[in-house]
Design a protein around this ligand. Structure first.
Ligand code: HSE
Length: 312
């Protein structure tokens, strides 16, 4: 096998209360990557589409490139690899766009090499690329959710310890992506470095409640546990009509709603596809009324993560 094309999904992280530690993969959108083995040593990015010219083709400055370089070095691969990256989701959307590119490249190369590493072992290489976007404080929630699929908890970064947790079969996610670009590194800088112990207590109560609610399919507990005392009050300022949109989503029947990753995308959970559709309509109406273009996605949790589209 000399050439492979793979898909890696978008992801929703933080999930309300779990800043940097909770996340899940969705079915679409996602990025596609083509890797080709060549005889000329080194990693080369030959083509990038869908990025409006914003991404660097220098592999050391590109999440897909840097992740792949770290894996190639680890596997001591001496020949060359060409990357074609097809961005199928907006940058700075809060849907783990950079993580999807990083995961796509390491997953694709591992497949080409005959799967020497388990998916979980690939997290640290994807994280090398993801570090380019986070402004010095790495977070593994997006790469872990994208790579592992399903719902994940990042228990520890050092050593990396990521756990897949149970979640209800009927859990539908509505995502509205307002057409604004938010740079993750900047929205991490505006967060408080110190928090009150009383806020921390409320927050970790919710994170524990969220994990318990997901594992026992207790929808009320899931909804209540999304409450975020630490990050949402600050980042919501950057999202026009955020609290109005959230209220509309809850009024339309969502069990809970919060910011996806670092925003501006907003996600809401529902118990049925029908409700998820109504929630999407309500969110879209609100944003459209204030003249902000948007994309709407409705998805179940993607249990598989990345997948091979073709290989030869
Ligand atoms: N957990 C990260 C953050 C996700 O909220 O900054 C970034 O998409």
């Amino acid at each position: 096998m000399k050439k492979i094309k793979v898909f890696a999904p978008a992801s929703v992280t933080n999930v309300g209360s779990g800043f940097d530690v909770m996340g899940f993969a969705i079915e679409k959108p996602g990025d596609e990557i083509v890797l080709k083995l060549t005889d000329k040593p080194g990693v080369t990015i030959t083509k990038i589409t869908g990025d409006n010219g914003k991404l660097s083709k220098d592999p050391y400055k590109n999440t897909a490139g840097l992740s792949l370089i770290s894996l190639v070095e680890h596997l001591d691969y001496k020949k060359g690899i060409e990357i074609e990256l097809h961005k199928k989701m907006a940058l700075g959307s809060g849907l783990g766009s950079s993580a999807a590119s990083a995961v796509a490249s390491v997953f694709a190369f591992n497949e080409l090499m005959g799967k020497p590493l388990k998916k979980k072992e690939l997290i640290r290489f994807a994280l090398e690329g993801e570090k380019l976007t986070c402004g010095g404080t790495p977070h593994a929630d997006n790469v872990s959710a994208c790579l592992m699929g399903g719902f994940v908890v990042v228990r520890s970064l050092s050593p990396i310890d990521v756990i897949n947790i149970e979640y209800p079969k009927n859990l539908y996610c509505t995502i509205i992506h307002p057409h604004l670009e938010i740079i993750t590194a900047n929205t991490r800088k505006i967060l408080r470095k110190n928090i009150l112990l009383s806020d921390a207590v409320k927050q970790w109560g919710n994170v524990a409640g969220l994990v318990a609610g997901l594992a026992s399919s207790n929808y009320d507990l899931i909804g209540n546990s999304l409450q975020d005392f630490i990050v949402e009050p600050i980042r919501s300022i950057l999202i026009p009509n955020y609290y109005e949109i959230k209220n509309e989503a809850l009024k339309a029947g969502a069990i809970g709603c919060s910011i996806s990753g670092s925003g501006p995308s907003i996600f809401a959970f529902s118990k049925s596809l029908e409700t998820a559709g109504k929630v999407g309509k309500a969110m879209k109406k609100n944003l459209s009324e204030i003249g902000i273009g948007n994309d709407l996605y409705i998805s179940k949790i993607n249990k598989n993560g990345p997948k091979v589209i073709s290989k030869n």
